[in-house]
Ligand binder design. Structure first.
Ligand SMILES: [Zn+2]
Ligand SMILES: [Zn+2]
Length: 460
């Protein structure tokens, strides 16, 4: 064993010495097996990327069919997958990666292994849910994104050295449901909507944020029956069509909900599967550590919801999830109780309502329906609701602008308090609200500037 280790170390040292600064793998054509085969690969857009089949060996082409001069090189599938995600997010028409693999290279190339370990795994990595609003599930249903081709080059095995294989993997998405230009509008439109709904603030509970967004989607977006059978109009599948045109099909509803939730920092997933009405998309969303099911498409236009924050024993059980959502690892990561949110939450004992200035608590308790112990979570303080300078709830009188000490005037002590707020030494929902001099929803450096101007007599 020790001998093997030493040999490996020697080999590594030799390699390091022998490596020129650049182009070790490809720049000297004589160093490679000539004309390794290329495998061309494409398939129809698939709802579930896990059904991508092994590449057919019959489609071998000449290697130079792929211009890989612009492909970045990665040594791990994870890095290559992130790059795949970036390219698809940016709606690139074609792109590719080079993946290096060190080790024995058999004469017989196991194409299926290459396909499964590299080609498809890179896609899975690229689709991984990371919490980034415009990646992860947001890329799962955006067009015919799984086409591409595959090739490889192998450095000739020199005695005493390990062989290096470099796989050339190119992706040529057939089409995207929305263009890069359209997608560039989605982020700003989502931000604008969040501001209109007034749900950006930390002082609003996750439940209220979810209810506001769900309410907006079901009230304002209409199912696109007009183009349902027009296969040439792809845009209807996109979140862009939902937020911009206010009409889309189910994937648009569910992708938009996913994107807005992640933008708000609330975890959410995009779920697909079969319903009595055919193939469909909906969501699960995190509330107090558990996940609940919702379907904004099927609650469209409804004042009383039928598909809002339900558990697994609800009408959702009539649906057949795609297998990945029934897998044990998924269920372990996303616990959905059998009961609906409303029933489940009613079991909490001793919840404390938040006040204007103090946070509350959900309380804890044993749900009688599913026997899950519900732990206590804090509920954000409400913040004052001033009307004509008096809080409608607690009757607190709002001090004059900039008078943080409430001594009847703006002086140097108010400047000191402002500095302490901005550096995080002093805070609290009420004081931060009073320090928000330009009323943009937060106490920040701009308010510090205004305070300086007030102290200098330049601003009243
Ligand atoms: Zn329960
Ligand atoms: Zn109040």
């Amino acid at each position: 064993m020790l001998k093997r280790l030493i040999c490996a170390a020697l080999a590594a040292a030799l390699m390091l010495c022998a490596v020129p600064a650049e182009g070790w793998y490809f720049d000297a054509p004589g160093n490679f097996y000539p004309d390794g085969p290329v495998l061309e690969y494409s398939l129809e857009p698939s709802m579930d990327p896990r059904v991508i089949p092994a590449l057919p060996e019959s489609d071998l082409l000449a290697p130079m069919a792929i211009d890989y001069s612009s492909f970045p090189t990665f040594s791990t599938v994870e890095e290559a997958g992130r790059y795949w995600g970036d390219c698809v997010r940016d709606r690139k028409a074609s792109f590719g990666v080079l993946i290096t693999s060190h080790g024995e290279h058999e004469n017989e190339v196991d194409w299926e292994k290459i396909a499964n370990e590299y080609y498809t795994d890179i896609i899975y990595e690229g689709l991984k849910h990371t919490g980034e609003p415009d990646k992860g599930d947001y890329l799962r249903q955006i067009g015919g994104t799984y086409g591409g081709s595959l090739s490889y080059l192998v450095r000739s095995g020199t005695e005493g050295r390990r062989e290096i294989t470099k796989y050339i993997i190119s992706y040529e998405p057939g089409y995207y449901y929305s263009t890069a230009e359209e997608e560039a509008q989605v982020g700003p439109l989502v931000d604008q909507l969040i501001d209109e709904l007034g749900v950006r603030s930390d002082r609003i509970s996750d439940y209220d944020k979810i209810a506001a967004v769900y309410g907006w989607i079901t009230e304002n977006i209409r199912y696109d029956y007009d183009t349902l059978n027009d296969d040439s109009y792809h845009t209807k599948h996109s979140a862009y069509a939902g937020i911009k045109n206010r009409t889309c099909v189910c994937s648009g509803y569910a992708l938009l909900f996913y994107r807005i939730m992640l933008t708000l920092g609330i975890d959410c997933r995009y779920i697909t599967g079969y319903t009595t009405g055919g193939y469909h998309a909906w969501n699960i969303v995190n509330l107090y550590g558990e996940y609940f099911l919702l379907d904004s498409t099927w609650d469209e236009g409804c004042e009383t919801y039928s598909w809002f924050l339900l558990g697994t024993s609800s009408r959702f059980k009539e649906r057949n999830n795609d297998s990945q959502f029934d897998a044990e690892d998924f269920k372990a990561a996303y616990n959905i109780p059998p009961c609906a949110y409303a029933t489940h939450e009613a079991a909490r004992l001793g919840p404390i309502a938040p006040s204007c200035v103090a946070e509350g608590s959900t309380g804890s308790g044993l749900c009688p329906e599913c026997s899950v112990w519900l732990t206590a979570y804090s509920v954000p303080a409400l913040g004052h609701d001033f009307s004509d300078g008096v809080c409608t709830r607690c009757k607190r009188v709002r001090p004059a602008r900039g008078d943080l000490t409430e001594d009847g005037g703006v002086d140097v002590m108010d400047g000191v308090i402002m500095q302490r707020i901005l550096s995080g030494i002093e805070g609290g929902i009420e004081l931060c609200d009073f320090a928000d001099l330009n009323l943009d929803g937060q106490a920040d450096v701009m308010d510090g500037v205004i305070m300086q101007r007030m102290l200098a007599g330049l601003d009243t």
